[in-house]
Design a protein around this ligand. Structure first.
Ligand code: PEP
Ligand code: MN
Length: 264
């Protein structure tokens, strides 16, 4: 993977690499799990470590995240590895805690982007922050709702804004967990070329064997980065076990990706 594309977003102003690589577990599970994964990602192309602390599970009764204690583990992982830390926030209370623990990147999940009240509450809590804020597409294939979420954050004075394409729910079973509907993300990209577009092949595919192919497809469409769920023991992960890859496999995927030159 080489850095050979013309730069065009705020990622360049803050010297973040292109393509941006975000990796880490679906969920923070234990302090050791967080530290072990972060250590294995330290000397790689990964610049941002992701881990869910509050998990929006579709059905109740499953693992819903470790909560605030996980923020302390991320602080430790950051101090040790220098990786930037990213968590999902769904409420103003999450935002407050994430900011208090100096989390660098906050992302809004697909189940939150569908709700303008929730996005507005988050935007108000983030008012003028210089943190990086990433907005996942809503679960339903609605470009305007995705744009609306980004606008609420932009209007709150947030400048380091990016979007994550994680695919869309369908009732019919397809080979994807969430159908990519590439055209929606491409339309977003053509309307807002200055906003970094990041692929989430983990939630699109739901299967670790398909991660490479979907990420390559996104890079062929000139995406600016990727967020890939990574776990040292994927089969025993507490959430999204089938789609997580090991740090070793992630490094191989990154090595094998072909980056298109701007003028190809
Ligand atoms: C996640 O990133 O682990 C997650 C819950 O994703 P999404 O909001 O895309 O379902
Ligand atoms: Mn997940």
């Amino acid at each position: 993977m080489e850095n050979n594309k013309k730069m065009r977003t705020w990622l360049d102003d803050f010297q973040l690499p292109h393509p941006l690589v975000i990796a880490g577990p679906c969920s923070a599970e234990t302090e050791n799990q967080v530290l072990q994964i972060a250590r294995e990602l330290q000397d790689s192309k990964v610049s941002i470590f992701r881990a869910g602390i509050w998990k929006p599970r579709t059905r109740p009764g499953g693992f819903e995240g470790v909560g605030e204690i996980g923020l302390k583990w991320l602080q430790k992982a950051k101090a040790e590895t220098g990786l930037l830390m990213a968590v999902e926030v769904a409420t103003a209370a999450h935002v407050k805690l994430a900011l208090e623990h100096d989390i660098d990147v906050l992302w809004i999940g697909a189940r939150t982007t569908v709700n303008p009240f929730a996005v507005q509450e988050i935007a108000d809590a983030l008012q003028n922050t210089d943190k990086i804020v990433l907005v996942k597409n809503p679960v339903n294939p609605d470009l305007a709702l995705w744009i609306g979420g980004v606008e609420r954050l932009y209007n709150a004075g947030i400048k380091k804004l990016g979007v994550i394409h994680r695919g869309f729910s369908t009732y019919e079973k397809t080979k994807y967990r969430n159908n990519p509907e590439w055209q929606i993300a491409i339309d977003f990209q053509s309307k807002y070329p200055d906003i970094p577009l990041i692929i989430d092949p983990s939630h699109i595919t739901g299967k670790r064997d398909m991660i490479f192919q979907v990420t390559q497809q996104a890079l062929d469409f000139n995406y600016d980065g990727m967020i890939i769920e990574t776990h040292c023991d994927p089969d025993n992960a507490w959430s999204d076990a089938a789609q997580q890859v090991t740090p070793e496999r992630l490094k191989q995927i990154i090595f094998d990706l072909v980056i298109r030159k701007e003028d190809d």
